[in-house]
Structure formats: C-alpha cells, structure tokens
Design a protein around this ligand. Structure first.
Ligand SMILES: Nc1ncnc2c1ncn2[C@@H]1O[C@H](COP(=O)(O)OP(=O)(O)OP(=O)(O)O)[C@@H](O)[C@H]1O
Ligand SMILES: [Mg+2]
Length: 225
C-alpha cells in the first residue's frame, strides 16, 4: 500500500486540486484509491452534519465507497486555523483521533491512500502538536505542491527542508501555475535546481480535473507503487 500525503507551500495552493487529479490519474490506471482529509475548517452544515468541500471532491474521485465522515473525521464550520476553531468550541484536536481515522482508511485495503493536509506543512493542532507528526507516525510519502507565485521559492525550500528534517521522504513536487507569474520560466528553473526531487507535473489553469490528471507523470511514482 502506497501512502501519499499532499502538502503545499500555503493554504489555497492547490492541494485539493492536485489530490483530485492524482486520484483521477491513479483510478484511470485501475488502482484502488482511498482518500483522507483528517482536518477541515470551512464547512457547510447539511442535516446537522458538517460537510467540507475538499472532502467531497476527494470522495467523488476515489473508488473505495467511503463515507464523508470516514474521509474527513474532524470538521469545523468556520474557515479559520483549525486549532483556533477547536478552542472556540472547547474541543481538542488529538493525533490519536487523526491516526485512528487513518487506520480505518488503511483497513479498506486500497492500493494507494491519498491524504490531503490542511494549510502548509507545519500546521499547528494546539498543545504544541503539529499535523506533520501524524505524517511521521504513519510514514507517509510526501508530495509538495508549489503555488507558482512571488515568494514561492522561499516557501518551497523551507517546506522541503522541514519535510526532510522530519525524517520523511518527499517523493516529488508539482508546480501549480494557476495564475500568471512574471518570469515563470526562470522561477521554474530555479525551483528545479533547488528541489532535489522529481517534478511530477506542471499544471496550468485548467478546470477539467481529468485533463489536469493527464499531465501528472505517475510513472515517476511507479517505483513506489
Ligand atoms: N491549476 C488550477 N487550475 C484551475 N483551478 C485551480 C488550479 N489550482 C487550484 N485551483 C482552484 O483554486 C482554488 C484553491 O485550490 P485548492 O482548493 O486546491 O487549494 P488547497 O491548497 O487545497 O486549499 P486549502 O488549504 O483550503 O485546502 C480551488 O478553487 C481550486 O479548484
Ligand atoms: Mg484543500
């Protein structure tokens, strides 16, 4: 079973977009793919249940018949830092809850689990804990999504270095070019030199996930599959 964790240089960088495309690419290759979005903040209340858009989008692409609660066990209504949302409700986000939810997904026996983080790599959970500790405990391989915009070189290198110093394997990065960036070619070349890992895709603005999926070079992950 291949366990992949999708992180990014920032919130709104394209984690869900890339995760959807990756799931789509793998399902197209007849893989059994499960998804996990442990924590979400920014949910709609539907019949008393909190439903997160990212979780829904991932659930739709995957092919393991997961319930939305299984995809996303920890959900908060306001779109704010999750540990602050938790504190407002006198709740705690524990690594145990996140790990137990992941164990349930692991038990589905998928070929691949695609897990989307929240925010960036060092997302605080409160009480001095970070979401990255869950990735360490579960030994997931990490994919870094870089939102190609001014400031991304610093964010990408810091994130990559943090992943490595946590003792984890970062198996590739994806350039998400959702907006026009001045000197994109030069920035792309710089990042390619700075990040000693394969670039799995360069994604342009594209609303069709199936088309974005075709641009991801999953053969570069084939040694892991
Ligand atoms: N390459 C792209 N082409 C078209 N739309 C994109 C692209 N990348 C991202 N988007 C859109 O930009 C928005 C932000 O992307 P996305 O939701 O994937 O970010 P995220 O990193 O998952 O954010 P969050 O931290 O909130 O989970 C979404 O509406 C998404 O569909
Ligand atoms: Mg997202």
């Amino acid at each position: 079973m291949l366990k992949l964790f999708i992180t990014a240089t920032d919130t709104d960088a394209g984690k869900t977009y890339v995760a959807q495309a990756l799931v789509s690419a793998l399902v197209a290759k007849s893989k059994k793919v499960a998804v996990y979005k442990p924590i979400s903040a920014g949910c709609e209340r539907v019949n008393g249940a909190l439903i997160n858009e990212d979780a829904k989008l991932l659930q739709i692409q995957a092919n393991c018949q997961q319930t939305i609660e299984q995809v996303n066990p920890i959900a908060f209504e306001p779109a704010i830092a999750p540990h602050i949302a938790a504190a407002k409700e006198q709740r705690e986000i524990t690594l145990t809850t996140i790990e137990q939810g992941y164990e349930e997904v692991v038990n589905l026996g998928a070929d691949i689990i695609i897990c989307e983080g929240a925010g960036g790599w060092r997302l605080p959970l409160g009480n001095g804990k970070f979401l990255s500790e869950f990735v360490q405990v579960t030994k997931q391989r990490v994919i870094l999504v870089v939102n190609m915009k001014l400031g991304c070189l610093n964010h990408a290198v810091l994130t990559y270095q943090s992943i490595i110093s946590d003792g984890l394997l970062c198996v590739g990065w994806i350039a998400n070019c959702q907006e026009d960036m001045p000197y994109l070619t030069e920035n792309m070349a710089e990042l390619t030199a700075l990040l000693p890992i394969p670039k799995l895709a360069e994604l342009d603005f594209e609303s069709d996930i199936a088309k974005a999926a075709q641009k991801i070079d999953i053969t570069k992950l084939s040694t892991l599959l």
